[in-house]
Ligand binder design. Structure first.
Ligand code: ADP
Length: 318
C-alpha cells in the first residue's frame, strides 16, 4: 500500500507537487496521468525515496519513506523515466551489478527476472546494441530482481514502436499480476488496457481519481446522438422528445436528408424514441449512433489550458 499525505515539493520557484494526498491499495494497477510538467515524475521519485518531499509524508506498507528508506526501497521496483542503463555493460553484468545493490534479491534472482522478462537471447549482449524494446525489458528485469511488492514505472512505453508497445504492455500486465503498480503514461489507450484506476494530476494537484468507467460517466453530463434522417422537418419533432436539450443541424448530408446532432440529458435513452418517431412520421433513418465520451475528452476537460506542447495520444497503434 502507498499513502501520500499532503505531499509538497518545489524546485526553486517551481511548485512541482502541491498538497497531494493519495492512497493506493495492495494489488491495484494505477495509471498516473497528467500533462507534461504536471508533477508525475517528481511524485514517483518521492515515492521511491529518490527525492524528499518539502512537506507531508509518504508511507509504503505503513513505513515512512523518509524514516525507513532501506525498508521501503526493498519493497519497490522502479523503472525511471528514460530508463537509464549502463550502455557499455553486458546485460548479464548489469543485472549482476544490480543484484549486488539489492541484497534481498536471493539466489536465482537473475535467472528468474531474465525468464520473466524474456531477455534470454540478449543476456550476453552489450546494452548499447539492444533495441528500445529489449532495453525496456532489461529495465523491467532490474526493477523486479528483488521481487518487490510494488512497481513504479515512469513512462515505460515512451519511445517504443507500436509492436514493442503492445509487447511491453502485456509484459507489465504479466509482472504486475500480483503487485501494486503505478504507471505513468501519455498513451491513454495504455491506461484503458492496463489499469484498474486512473489518477490525473495537473500542476501538482489531484484533478481526478477513479476507475475509468466512473471517470467517463462523471464526465458524461449530456449525451450526443447523431442521426441522419430523410423526411420533413425532423428537427422540430425531435426537439419535442423528452430529455432533448438541443438539436443541431449539419451541412453535408445527401440531398433530401438531414444530419442532426441531438443533445439530451445524461440519463435519457434517445435511440428507441428516435426510431418510434421515425416510424410515426414515415422517415427513413440512414444513420444513428451515440457519441461516446472518450478518455481523451475527459483528460482534456480536466487539464485544459495547461502546457501547450502536451502530447496525448489515444494509442492508435492497437
Ligand atoms: P511530469 O513528470 O508530470 O512531466 P515533473 O515531475 O517532471 O512532471 O515536473 C514537474 C515540474 O517540476 C516541472 O515544472 C519541472 O520543470 C519541474 N522539475 C522537475 N524536476 C526538476 C528539477 N530536478 N529541477 C528543477 N525543476 C524540476
Amino acid at each position: 500500500m502507498i499513502e501520500l499525505q499532503n505531499v509538497k515539493k518545489s524546485f526553486g520557484d517551481t511548485l512541482a507537487v502541491s498538497d497531494l494526498s493519495l492512497m493506493i491499495g495492495e494489488g491495484q494497477v494505477v495509471g498516473f496521468l497528467g500533462p507534461n510538467g504536471a508533477g508525475k515524475s517528481t511524485t514517483m521519485r518521492m515515492i521511491t525515496g529518490f527525492l524528499a518531499p518539502d512537506a507531508g509524508q509518504i508511507l509504503v506498507n505503513g513505513e515512512s519513506v523518509l524514516e525507513n528508506p532501506r525498508a521501503t526501497k526493498s519493497l519497490i521496483g522502479y523503472l525511471p523515466e528514460n530508463n537509464p542503463l549502463y550502455e557499455e555493460m553486458l546485460v548479464r553484468d548489469y543485472l549482476r551489478f544490480t543484484e549486488q545493490l539489492r541484497p534481498g534479491a536471493g539466489t536465482g534472482a537473475i535467472e528468474r527476472a531474465v525468464a520473466q522478462t524474456g531477455i534470454e537471447t540478449v543476456y550476453y549482449r552489450p546494452i548499447s546494441e539492444l533495441s528500445k524494446g529489449f532495453r525496456q525489458r532489461v529495465g523491467l528485469a532490474q526493477a523486479i530482481l528483488h521481487q518487490p511488492d510494488i512497481l513504479i514505472l515512469d513512462e515505460p512505453t515512451e519511445g517504443l514502436d507500436p509492436n514493442q508497445r503492445v509487447e511491453i504492455r502485456s509484459l507489465i500486465k504479466e509482472i504486475g499480476r500480483k503487485r501494486t503498480v503505478v504507471l505513468s503514461t501519455h498513451v491513454l489507450q495504455e491506461v484503458r488496457s492496463t489499469c484498474d484506476r486512473v489518477i490525473i494530476i495537473d500542476k501538482g494537484r489531484l484533478v481526478a481519481d477513479a476507475d475509468i468507467e466512473t471517470l467517463m460517466s462523471q464526465a458524461q453530463g449530456a449525451k450526443h446522438v447523431v442521426v441522419e434522417v430523410q423526411g420533413s422537418k425532423p428537427d422540430r419533432a425531435i426537439q419535442g422528445l423528452p430529455g432533448v436539450l438541443s438539436v443541431e443541424s449539419h451541412s453535408g448530408a445527401a440531398r433530401g436528408r438531414h444530419r442532426l446532432t441531438v443533445t439530451a440529458e445524461g440519463d435519457a435513452e434517445l435511440r428507441p424514441l428516435l426510431f418510434e418517431l421515425a416510424k410515426e412520421h414515415d422517415w427513413t433513418i440512414w444513420e444513428l449512433f451515440q457519441e461516446e465520451v472518450s478518455l481523451e475528452d475527459v483528460f482534456r476537460h480536466l487539464t485544459v489550458g495547461t502546457e501547450r506542447d502536451t502530447e496525448v495520444t489515444g494509442g492508435a497503434d492497437d
